[in-house]
Design a protein around this ligand. Structure first.
Ligand SMILES: Nc1nc2c(ncn2[C@@H]2O[C@H](COP(=O)(O)OP(=O)(O)OP(=O)(O)O)[C@@H](O)[C@H]2O)c(=O)[nH]1
Ligand SMILES: [Mg+2]
Length: 397
C-alpha cells in the first residue's frame, strides 16, 4: 500500500509545474487552460527525521534516500486536469476529472496566489485567490451532493428492500469516496439529523455532503507563484484573515523548487529538497548568480520553496499518517548489514496489530506483541503507534 496525494485546482495554477518539481518528471506545463488532460502519477517524497542516528548508525534505505539525517520516503503524487466552475455538471473536463480525484487519499489544492489567471485559467490581473479557494470547495461539495442524492433515491426506491438502513444505501452509493456505513451514520447524527432522509431539508443535504467531503478528501492549500510580489501581498492578507484560520496555507514556488533541483543535478548548487537555503558549488555566470540570489531571498524568507512542506502538511498534518521504522531490539543493524531498511507510512491511529498486518498477513495472524526499540519496552497489540516509532514485531511463527 502506498499513499496517493492528488493535485487539484483550476487550470493554469501550476499543478503540473508542482508535479514536475516534486517528482522531476517532465509533463507539459503551459500558460493556457487544460494543458493537462490525462492524469499523471509520479513518485514524490515526504521527509521524516531518520531514527538511525539515535542508535548511533547510518541508515541504508531500500526505497527513497536519506540526506543529512532526513529520510525521503516515497509516496505517489497525481497531477490531474484543471477544474472549472460547473465541473460537477460536466463543464470543462467535468466528471471524468472528478473521478480521477477519488484515487487520492489527500489533496493539495494548488491556488495561483499571484491573481494573474481568472476563474477559468485565462490570463488576467488582480484576480482574488479567495474566490478560487471557495469555488473548489463548492464544486467538490456539489459533486458529493449529487452522489448523496442518488443514495437517497436508492434508499427510497427500496433497491435493497424496505428494511435496509439509510446509511447502508448511502455508503453503497458513496463507495468510491471510501466511507463506511458507520461513518455515514456518525456524520448524520453529528449534524443533529434523524436517520430519515425525508426529514432532511436541502441545506441539510448540502451540509451533509460537505461534511462527508471534508472527512474523505482532507486538503491543504498550496499558495503557488509566491515568487511574485502580487502573490506575496495576497498571501500576507489572506493568512492574516481569521476567516482562513481553519485552512493550512503553505507558501509555494514550484518554479523555485524546480530551478534548485535542476541546478543541484547540474552540480551548480548543493540543495536538499525542502531546505531553506543552498550553497553555490559550481561555476555560474553573472546572470545565473543573480537568478540564484533571487531564489535565495525567497527560500530564506519563506523557509523553503514550499513544495516539500505542502506534501507533508497534506500527508502528516491533514491526513494524520504516521511513519514507522521496522527495527530490532537487539540493534537496528540486520545480519545482512542493513540499517533501518524500511520506513513505512501507515494510516492515522495505527496499532501494533495494524502494523503487523501491514507487514504480512502471517505476521498479523501470529502476532505476540511488539517491542519499542528505543525503550526496549513491550507494547501490546492495541497500542497506538507514534510518528517515527521504531518497532519490532514478535510472532509465534
Ligand atoms: N511565477 C510562477 N509561475 C508559475 C509557477 N508555477 C507555474 N507557473 C506558471 O503557470 C502556468 C501554468 O502552469 P501549469 O503547471 O501548466 O498549470 P496547471 O495547473 O497544470 O494547468 P492545467 O494543466 O491547464 O490545468 C505556466 O505558465 C507556468 O510557468 C511558479 O511557481 N511561479
Ligand atoms: Mg497541468
Amino acid at each position: 500500500m502506498s499513499y496517493k496525494i492528488g493535485l487539484v485546482g483550476k487550470p493554469s495554477v501550476g499543478k503540473s509545474s508542482f508535479f514536475n518539481a516534486a517528482t522531476m518528471n517532465d509533463v507539459p506545463e503551459g500558460a493556457y487552460p487544460f494543458t493537462t488532460i490525462d492524469p499523471s502519477v509520479g513518485e514524490a517524497y515526504v521527509r521524516v527525521e531518520c531514527a538511525a542516528p539515535e542508535f548511533g548508525e547510518t541508515c541504508t534505505p531500500e526505497t527513497g534516500f536519506c540526506e543529512g539525517g532526513t529520510r525521503f520516503v516515497p509516496t505517489k503524487l497525481v497531477d490531474v486536469a484543471g477544474l472549472i466552475p460547473g465541473a460537477h455538471e460536466g463543464k470543462g473536463l467535468g466528471n471524468q476529472f472528478l473521478t480521477d480525484l477519488n484515487e487520492a487519499d489527500v489533496l493539495v489544492h494548488v491556488v495561483d496566489f499571484s491573481g494573474t489567471t481568472d476563474v477559468e485559467g485565462e490570463a488576467t490581473e488582480g484576480h482574488d485567490p479567495r474566490e478560487d479557494i471557495a469555488f473548489l470547495e463548492d464544486e467538490l461539495d456539489q459533486w458529493y451532493l449529487g452522489v448523496l442524492e442518488k443514495g437517497i433515491e436508492r434508499y427510497r426506491t427500496g433497491y435493497h428492500g424496505a428494511d435496509k438502513d439509510v446509511e447502508v444505501s448511502l455508503a453503497e452509493q458513496m463507495d468510491a469516496f471510501g466511507i463506511t456505513k458507520d461513518e455515514v451514520k456518525q456524520v448524520v447524527l453529528a449534524q443533529g439529523l434523524d436517520l430519515d432522509p425525508d426529514t432532511w431539508t436541502e441545506p441539510d443535504r448540502l451540509e451533509l455532503a460537505r461534511e462527508i467531503r471534508k472527512r474523505t478528501k482532507p486538503m491543504v492549500v498550496a499558495a503557488n507563484k509566491m515568487d511574485t510580489p502580487e502573490a506575496q501581498a495576497n498571501f500576507a492578507e489572506i493568512t492574516a484573515d481569521p476567516d482562513y484560520d481553519h485552512l493550512t496555507v503553505v507558501p509555494v514556488s514550484a518554479h523555485a523548487e524546480k530551478a534548485l533541483k535542476k541546478a543541484d543535478e547540474a552540480g551548480v548548487v548543493d540543495y536538499t529538497p525542502g531546505a531553506s537555503d543552498f550553497e553555490v558549488v559550481g561555476d555560474v555566470s553573472m546572470e545565473q548568480k543573480t537568478g540564484l540570489e533571487r531564489i535565495r531571498d525567497f527560500v530564506t524568507e519563506y523557509e523553503g520553496t514550499g513544495v516539500q512542506r505542502a506534501l507533508e502538511a497534506a500527508l502528516f498534518g491533514e491526513l494524520g499518517a504516521v511513519a514507522v521504522f521496522p527495527g530490532s531490539s537487539k540493534g537496528v543493524v540486520t545480519d545482512e548489514g542493513k540499517v533501518l531498511r524500511d520506513c513505512f507510512l501507515l494510516p492515522p491511529n495505527s496499532t501494533t496489530e495494524d502494523f503487523a498486518y501491514f507487514l504480512h498477513t502471517d505476521i498479523g495472524d501470529g502476532l505476540l506483541h511488539g517491542i519499542d526499540c528505543r525503550s526496549k519496552r513491550q507494547i501490546g497489540a492495541d497500542h497506538e503507534l507514534d510518528h517515527r516509532d521504531v518497532v519490532e514485531i514478535l510472532t509465534t511463527n
